[in-house]
Ligand binder design. Structure first.
Ligand code: GAR
Length: 196
């Protein structure tokens, strides 16, 4: 059974979808802990299932590296086989990426390498493109630059707002994330091979 730690910063709707998938006895992975850099609303989805949570705020540490060290310590307690960034809105310090990758994946609301960064949905809208997408990547030392594991197109519709477009992207993201976790757990997806 693959042990998964999920990191979030916000509402955690993608986390919720993964937790629901993992409720099925057939699902080959379990979310063993959920962490955040803030008191994220989405932590409640873990708490209601009795899944342990942890919060490691940047502000409690002298610098980003010290924060990263504390975060990594909390993650390591759960001995994850996979760590998922699911709407975790801070860049991980390099030593954290080095310790966890390639078993460290990130979901992103755009068709990477298009529109990386914190505002993937807004940037796609502002660029006036007719389609954007959703991606799951292996995290590397750049901003959304790691190897793409899977991505799918999502159309931009006339009259879309950032919110309406994001709501259309998220179900795709959830499907892709669940597929990636399942395939890593099944051994069908080798993240090491992908990152070579
Ligand atoms: C998701 O769309 C995720 O891809 C995005 O934040 C949202 C979190 O939603 N992450 C990024 O933009 C990272 N660059 P959620 O908290 O409801 O799951």
């Amino acid at each position: 059974m693959l042990r998964v730690v999920v990191l979030i910063s916000g509402g955690g709707t993608n986390l919720r979808a993964l937790l629901e998938a993992a409720d099925s006895p057939d699902f080959p992975a379990r979310v063993v802990a959920v962490g955040s850099d803030v008191e994220a609303d989405g932590l409640a989805f873990a708490e209601e299932r009795g899944i342990p949570t942890f919060v490691v705020p940047l502000s409690g540490h002298p610098d980003r590296d010290a924060w990263g060290e504390a975060l990594l310590e909390q993650i390591a307690v759960w001995e994850p086989g996979l760590t998922v960034l699911s709407g975790f809105m801070r860049l991980l310090p390099q030593p954290v990426v080095d310790a966890l990758a390639p078993a460290l994946v990130n979901t992103h609301p755009a068709y990477l390498p298009e529109f990386p960064g914190a505002h993937g949905v807004r940037d796609a809208l502002e660029a006036g493109v007719h389609e954007t997408g959703a991606s799951v990547i292996v995290v590397d030392d750049g901003v959304d630059t790691g190897p793409v594991i899977v991505r799918e197109r999502v159309p931009v519709l006339p009259g879309d707002t950032e919110a309406s477009l994001h709501e259309r992207i998220k179900p795709v993201e959830r499907r892709l994330l669940i597929r990636v976790v399942r395939e890593v757990a099944d051994g069908r997806l080798d993240l090491k091979e992908l990152s070579r």
